[in-house]
Design a protein around this ligand. Structure first.
Ligand code: AHM
Ligand code: MG
Length: 336
């Protein structure tokens, strides 16, 4: 059989971002485009570092018994430094918040821009020794009108974000992005060094068959979480949901976006706000979920409406297929 001719009209991430900018006409200054192009370069760099670290781990390339453990730990810090440096250099960034850094980083001097980027440079890194998927999560705010750029500019509800996304470092490297005009997924073509549009206009199925919770915490779960889980494990129609939990948010949310179902990290008796951090975990994923036609709630309210009071603050998360999350919501409504 003949081989299919290669496409001569690839849609790269840069081309896609430029097209979205052009669609906005004169309203768009091109600054967000520059910022997003900066972020995609960091993802390529982190992807190559994660891959190398895995190789060191798997075949002991470093030859030093100590190398793998320490190398892995350093990967968080390395990814953070890659992002901080690139975002500063983009000239578009005013404030940065990173999971790895205690305080907000305020950019000063000539490279100061008008956007704020909140990010988790390498989420799920505790899994990395086992070769499990990890990822970078990011959200972007525009500094408030009149503000010179301060921590106040990121202590705003997620609905004010202008863009959000994640990059998953797995068997392939995927970048999933929203600028508020739907959700698009890109796959890194390593031979080109470019992210290519492979999943245009991602829409979450309105109902799924998968639930993704750390059920090991059941002892501490509140009643509505437990009752909901029971309802999908022992349903009247004898078609229980499947359980899938990787323990790496980017991978669990990526699967939920593509296949549908529900992902949850509830608030419970031990941790009232759960585990996931609002700014750089819950908000970006909630923004993507809504843009893909899904629902994201804390159980009692829409995640994107929550106002953070602290840059590393947490909130409970349930997100995914509209009907599945609405089912869960019913248990919470009845409880409160
Ligand atoms: P991290 O930022 O310390 O890596 O923790 C966040 C991760 C998420 O990727 C994942 O959804 C969650 O922690 C899993 O937590 P648990 O191990 O408690 O189930
Ligand atoms: Mg994290």
């Amino acid at each position: 059989t003949e081989q299919e001719a290669p496409s001569t009209d690839l849609i790269t991430l840069t081309r896609h971002i430029l097209a979205q900018q052009q669609a906005l006409g004169e309203k768009a200054s091109g600054e967000l485009t520059l910022l997003l192009i900066g972020i995609q370069v960091t993802s390529k760099y982190i992807a190559s570092q994660v891959r190398k670290a895995r190789l060191i781990n798997l075949v002991g390339l470093a030859g030093d018994s100590n190398a793998s453990g320490e190398e892995q730990k350093k990967l968080d810090v390395l990814s953070n430094d890659i992002m901080v440096n690139a975002l500063r250099a983009s000239g578009q960034c005013s404030v940065m918040v990173s999971e790895e850094v205690e305080d907000a980083i305020v950019v000063t001097g000539r490279s100061k821009g008008t956007y704020c980027v909140v990010f988790d440079p390498l989420d799920g890194s505790s899994n990395i020794d086992a070769g499990v998927n990890v990822g970078t999560i990011f959200g972007i705010y525009k500094v408030a009108p009149g503000s010179k750029g301060s921590v106040e500019d990121v202590l705003r509800p997620g609905k004010e974000m202008v863009a959000a996304g994640y990059t998953m470092y797995g068997s392939s490297c995927n970048l999933v992005l929203t600028t508020g005009q739907g959700v698009d997924g890109f796959t890194l073509d390593e031979s080109l060094g470019e992210f290519i549009l492979t999943h245009p206009n991602i829409k979450i199925p309105s109902r799924g068959k998968i639930y993704s919770f750390n059920e090991g915490n059941s002892l501490f779960f509140h009643e509505p979480t437990l009752k909901y889980l029971e309802s999908i494990k022992y349903p009247k129609n004898n078609k229980p949901y499947s359980a899938r939990y990787i323990g790496s948010m980017v991978a669990d949310v990526h699967r939920t976006l593509l296949y549908g179902g529900i992902f949850g990290y509830p608030g419970d008796k031990k941790n009232k706000d759960g585990k996931l951090r609002m700014l750089y975990e819950s908000f970006p994923m909630a923004f993507l979920t809504e843009q893909a036609g899904g629902v994201a709630t804390t159980g009692s309210r829409r995640i994107l409406d929550v106002s953070p009071t602290h840059i590393h603050g947490r909130c409970p998360v349930f997100l995914g297929s509209k009907e599945d999350v609405e089912d869960l919501q019913k248990f919470y409504n009845a409880w409160e």
